[in-house]
Ligand binder design. Structure first.
Ligand SMILES: NC(=O)c1ccc[n+]([C@@H]2O[C@H](COP(=O)([O-])OP(=O)(O)OC[C@H]3O[C@@H](n4cnc5c(N)ncnc54)[C@H](OP(=O)(O)O)[C@@H]3O)[C@@H](O)[C@H]2O)c1
Length: 290
């Protein structure tokens, strides 16, 4: 297969690192978007050493800062005219409410607004790749946790003093699915597709800043959890497989398309989230929905 250009966010750890490794192993060019230079350098060296592919680059970006996302997208467009696949993988759960420099609740900003804005800023290189005969792809790592979202807060963003970190996380994972479905309606599937997935319950670094019960679960259950290399399988499948080249707007678990929750299929909710996300990011030059 001809080498393609892939961007993986949160590529220094867990599922993202294994996704980057799988892509590099297949001989592709991989851009690893990470927020910490030392961690990124170590992860890149690991991926290069284990795959023998040195066409692996770092893009530094803190996804909680919208200016950094715009700067990173600009850098990526300068380095690659065509981007074949964007894997929106970075994500986290927090136990305490934190606010980003842009004034947003942190999980909402990193887990939802960041993929929304990054995808918008990379539409041109994605379209460029997609016009070369094989549709480009946007793959977003959501979660079965979306089923625990409960009722969505006004404005989609947690404003409460009492913060239930895992519930807020679950809401952002619901937003990943709503985003994917709404994005698929805006993109010509012959040029760019958009799908999302649940990777399993994975023994990664996930949860280390989460509520005590998430940290406890991840510690106790670790030996029984899916390992990050196995967990990257569905991300790699959606990013690379010809089997899904015509699929768009779908949610996958273990390489199978599944129905997400009823709320994740609510088109009015998706439209309202889209409007709020445009306002929160200024990313508003999308194609009209089909
Ligand atoms: N683990 C699970 O059981 C599970 C289940 C369902 C879905 N998921 C989803 O899978 C994805 C990957 O998680 P994982 O399990 O691989 O966890 P992980 O090992 O903690 O990796 C998360 C990655 O996201 C990065 N990240 C977090 N905040 C960031 C920011 N502000 N800017 C840039 N990068 C940031 C982290 O960077 P640092 O290393 O610098 O923090 C790390 O590279 C997430 O979207 C998560 O929601 C995980």
């Amino acid at each position: 297969m001809q080498p393609l250009t892939y961007l993986v966010t949160g590529a220094n750890s867990g599922i993202g690192r294994e996704t980057a490794r799988g892509l590099a192993d297949a001989g592709h060019r991989v851009l690893m978007l990470c927020r910490d230079e030392a961690k990124a350098t170590e992860a890149r060296a690991d991926v290069v050493d284990t795959t023998g592919n040195d066409d692996v680059e770092i893009v530094l970006c803190d996804l909680s800062v919208q200016d950094e996302i715009q700067q990173a997208a600009y850098e990526i467009s300068q380095r690659a005219d065509a981007l074949d696949v964007l894997v929106n993988n970075a994500g986290l759960v927090l136990h305490e409410r934190e606010i980003t420099p842009d004034g947003h609740e942190y999980q909402f900003a990193v887990n939802h607004l960041a993929p929304f804005l990054l995808t918008h800023e990379l539409l041109d290189p994605l379209r460029e790749a997609g016009s070369q005969g094989r549709a480009a792809r946007v793959v977003t790592v959501a979660s079965e946790a979306h089923r625990s979202a409960g009722s969505v807060p006004d404005g989609f963003e947690n404003q409460e003093d009492s913060y239930r970190g895992f519930k807020v996380y679950a809401q952002t994972k619901l937003y990943n699915i709503l985003f994917t479905r709404a994005l698929a309606l805006r993109l010509d599937p012959g040029i760019v597709t958009a799908n999302c997935l649940h990777p399993g319950v994975v023994g990664s670094n996930f949860g280390r800043e989460g509520p005590w019960y998430v940290r406890w679960f991840m510690k106790i259950a670790r030996p029984f959890l899916t390992q990050p290399d196995e967990a990257a399988d569905t991300s790699l499948f959606l990013a690379t497989s010809p089997e899904v080249e015509d699929d768009t707007g779908r949610y996958y678990i273990d390489r199978e398309a599944r129905d997400p929750s009823g709320k994740a299929q609510d088109e009015a909710l998706a439209a309202e989230l889209w409007r709020v996300s445009e306002e929160a990011t200024g990313a508003d030059s999308w194609p009209k929905p089909r």
